[in-house]
Design a protein around this ligand. Structure first.
Ligand code: K1U
Ligand code: ZN
Length: 170
């Protein structure tokens, strides 16, 4: 098992569009395990492969209190979305220390494959629905700060660029 480096905003690689997974092999299992370890180590509730510079449609999550319910969703697709929306506070391991409200569908249905390539469908609400939508955005190269106002986004970008230049934490 290994901890993987997480790309930090505004790294251009975060805007890469991921490709569908086609090989359900040992390498994919290792990647999923390493991503889960990286997510747990960073106290996150989700992580997309894009964030560890692997451009495949794979996300991992654990929204349980006990942190003992790892999920691996491969080639996820949203098949249904509620008209009802909610605004929830989001954070991102690629934009550490920044939290803000984003409007998302309150309920979704997602079709995905597991590590054996078997298809499943899940109905998600509230935090789980928010987290899946946030992670699936990563797979199309979208970071949650893109939902914020241009002023907020530019302040965040400048803060992170400055920290990068000075080699400090944002
Ligand atoms: O970087 C990521 O994609 C993971 C991200 C997932 C997420 C959290 C909250 C809302 C939507 C998506 C995180 O895990 S951020 C850190 C965190 O644990 C957290 C932040 C806010 C609320 C709950 C948890
Ligand atoms: Zn994120």
């Amino acid at each position: 098992m290994a901890l993987l480096p997480i790309l930090c905003y505004p790294d251009a690689r975060l805007h890469t569009v991921a490709k569908p997974v086609s090989a359900f092999d040992h390498d994919l299992e290792v990647l999923a395990k390493d991503m889960l370890e990286t997510m747990y180590d960073s106290n996150g509730i989700g992580l997309a492969a894009t964030q560890v510079d692997v451009h495949l449609r794979l996300i991992v999550m654990d929204t349980s209190e006990e942190r003992h319910d790892p999920w691996v969703l491969i080639n996820p697709e949203i098949t249904e979305k509620s008209d009802e929306m909610l605004i929830a506070e989001e954070g991102c391991l690629s934009v550490p220390g920044i939290f803000d409200g984003v409007e998302r569908a309150k309920e979704i249905r997602v079709s995905y494959l597991d590590l054996k390539g078997e298809r499943h469908s899940l109905h998600a609400t509230e935090l789980i629905a928010v987290c899946i939508q946030h992670e699936m955005d990563h797979l199309i190269g979208r970071v949650f700060v893109e939902y914020l106002s241009p002023l907020k986004r530019s302040r965040i970008k400048n803060k992170f660029l400055k920290a990068q230049r000075h080699n400090t934490t944002p």
